[in-house]
Design a protein around this ligand. Structure first.
Ligand SMILES: NC(=O)c1ccc[n+]([C@@H]2O[C@H](COP(=O)([O-])OP(=O)(O)OC[C@H]3O[C@@H](n4cnc5c(N)ncnc54)[C@H](O)[C@@H]3O)[C@@H](O)[C@H]2O)c1
Length: 438
């Protein structure tokens, strides 16, 4: 049974996806899209490409693919571009990142070579471990934003794009707190002109995009669009935004395991998480200021899931530690260990050990694709501001100031799918199911 859904504009024409930061994640995403288009690999891990959504009662057997249910841009309509402080084209970046086998990348070489980053809006103050020459020069941060907009306008014209979205895949910037310059659009714009140190490059890109009516997602833990000025601008410009920090390896596991422990009222004494990784991201996170940004993002997850205020006997006294160690031999193939000290009936202790031999960019690439396609969908639905239904993809989901973020992966997935049902005027699924037994 369905009622009226939202009036969704069709996904006609080309969709440009622009990526500030074209390193391991971006090149793996771009190479993946090319490979899938050519039919030489499958888009594993992508909800928009492989996911389904159940509609109506279980007896109705209506389970369409998400891409057939809501109008999502097709892969053949995507045009990809972006910025980096290194001039490597996407073939060179893929080979350097070493995530994908050269034999795979060679099969799509021409398409990848054709994508070359534009010079970046960059400042070493915010990413201390990197230094590149492929950067813009400008008198102030407002001029940098204008140059970023110029790149996007040229891209839109040259590629005859119908719509665009931006997904930040740049390095993790140093830890910044929200301050006066971030509070209003006026103070932020004044800060851009006055080169306020509170404005990081990721905020410049976000501002440039939103001003042009382009949706923005933030894949890193730095504040970027998560400041009142840009949230307000997004509402004014009718632009959907979301963030922060792609939920991939260890935190993905945490948000799968912790809701399970809580569901069975298993107590927690401690959760120690450590990682070794050797890619450029690992090198950037070796700087304590960038690590602090990541640490905040990774630490917040457990507290919100376990809700110690409601379960003081189980969760009020646990130790949570997260470590990241830069270890070059591993490249992008991170190893994440978790030691989890739990307790059960009558307080008896037990342990869980997780050793996740994951591939960071392999887990992140489908997230970039889904976020770009869902943000574009939200835009065509007229949904603006923070898109909490996309929390599913983030370690530190953005949400309204009076709310706590929802971290439980399974609640996040239900929220996402219910949002799709809502868009199409389908009944929400509550899982009550009494009617099957009446
Ligand atoms: N891979 C994952 O599982 C994962 C998960 C969560 C978050 N992230 C975040 O995603 C981001 C990308 O990860 P990655 O593994 O591709 O890292 P990477 O170091 O390979 O790529 C980041 C790129 O951004 C570029 N860059 C930095 N500042 C820039 C700027 N101002 N403008 C344009 N380019 C800029 C760097 O030169 C680099 O090439 C990182 O912030 C990382 O923390 C990744």
């Amino acid at each position: 049974m369905s009622s009226n859904g939202i009036n969704i504009a069709p996904a006609n024409g080309k969709l440009g996806i622009v990526l500030p930061g074209m390193g391991a994640v971006s090149s793996t995403f771009i190479a993946g899209v090319e490979a899938v288009k050519k039919g030489i690999a499958k888009p594993i891990g992508s909800l928009t490409q492989m996911g389904t959504v159940r509609l109506g009662k279980r007896t109705e057997n209506r389970v369409p693919q998400i891409k057939d249910f809501v109008p999502i841009a097709g892969l053949d309509d995507l045009v990809l571009g972006g910025w980096d402080i290194f001039p490597d084209n996407m073939y060179e970046a893929s080979v350097k990142a070493g995530v994908l086998e050269k034999s795979l990348v060679d099969q799509i070489k021409p398409g990848l070579e054709a994508i070359k980053p534009w010079p970046a809006a960059f400042d070493r103050t915010y990413v201390k471990r990197l230094d590149g020459t492929h950067v813009k020069k400008a008198a102030n941060k407002m001029e940098l934003a204008e140059q970023v907009q110029e790149d996007m306008k040229n891209f839109r014209e040259q590629k005859r794009l119908d719509r665009m979205v931006m997904v930040w895949c740049g390095s993790t910037e140093i830890f910044l707190k929200r301050e006066a310059v971030h509070q209003t659009i006026e103070s932020f714009e004044k800060g851009l002109v006055g080169n306020d140190p509170g404005i990081a490059p990721s905020m410049i890109y976000a501002y440039a995009a939103i001003k042009m009516g382009i949706p923005y997602a933030n894949g890193a833990p730095n504040l970027s669009v998560d400041i009142p000025a840009l949230i307000q601008l997004a509402k004014e410009k009718n632009v959907p935004i979301c963030g922060k920090d792609f939920k991939t390896g260890q935190t993905l596991m945490k948000t799968i395991l912790a809701p399970g422990l809580k569901a069975r009222l298993i107590g927690l004494n401690g959760w120690f998480s450590t990682n070794i990784l050797g890619n450029r991201d690992g090198e950037v996170l070796d700087d304590p200021d960038s690590f602090k940004t990541k640490e905040e993002s990774k630490l917040s997850v457990l507290e919100h899931i376990l809700q110690p205020q409601h379960y003081p006997d189980l969760y009020s006294n646990y130790t949570h530690k997260v470590r990241i160690n830069y270890y070059p031999p591993r490249g992008d193939n991170k190893e994440g260990w978790d030691n989890i000290d739990i307790f059960g009936w009558l307080g008896y202790p037990m342990q869980i050990k997780v050793d996740f031999l994951c591939r960071d960019s392999i887990l992140a690439a489908p997230i970039v694709l889904d976020l770009a396609l869902f943000l574009d969908l939200a835009y065509r639905c007229g949904m603006s501001g923070i898109q909490e239904w996309l929390s599913f993809y983030f370690k530190s989901p953005m949400c309204a100031p009076e709310l706590y973020p929802e971290h439980d992966l399974f609640i996040q997935l239900m929220k996402l799918k219910n949002t799709l049902r809502h868009m199409k005027g389908e009944e929400m699924i509550t899982h009550l199911g009494r009617e099957y037994y009446d």
